[in-house]
Design a protein around this ligand. Structure first.
Ligand code: ZN
Length: 135
């Protein structure tokens, strides 16, 4: 398994219409895509910083993962995503090493990436995502 870069950092926000202007007008970044991932009950907004993305996550349902995260912890960094060569192989390797997986197999995330999450219990409290561009 080889992690190649930090693909993105996921940040939970209450309201994209408030957060996007901050990232654009105050930090000077450009939002290049807004995408709803219905399965995850989120709307995402993407910014590119060098080779790494910032993914803002707004909940579309209080019962979804971001809705629950914000209720418990408030806004803030929600996950870190590493690019990896081969998510499925990485999951198999990590599972063998005793890492607790949230996703046993890759699934589709925002931007059409194949993604999978590792449980924060196994990663020192940091929800960790692995992702790769599909073939
Ligand atoms: Zn992510």
């Amino acid at each position: 398994m080889k992690l190649t870069k930090i693909e993105h950092i996921g940040i939970a926000v209450k309201d994209l219409s408030v957060a996007i202007p901050f990232y654009e007008n105050t930090l000077g970044l450009k939002c290049y895509a807004i995408e709803e991932v219905a399965e995850q009950k989120v709307r995402t907004a993407f910014f590119l910083v060098g080779d790494t993305k910032i993914e803002l996550l707004e909940s579309t349902d209080p019962e979804g993962p971001i809705g629950k995260f914000i209720e418990k912890k408030g806004e803030g960094v929600q996950h870190i995503a590493f690019a990896v060569d081969g998510v499925a192989n990485a999951l198999a390797e990590l599972s063998e090493k005793g890492v607790q997986l949230i996703d046993k197999a890759p699934r589709k995330g925002a931007e059409g990436l194949n993604i999978a999450f590792l449980h924060p219990k196994s990663t020192f409290g940091v929800l960790t995502e692995l992702c790769e561009k599909p073939e």
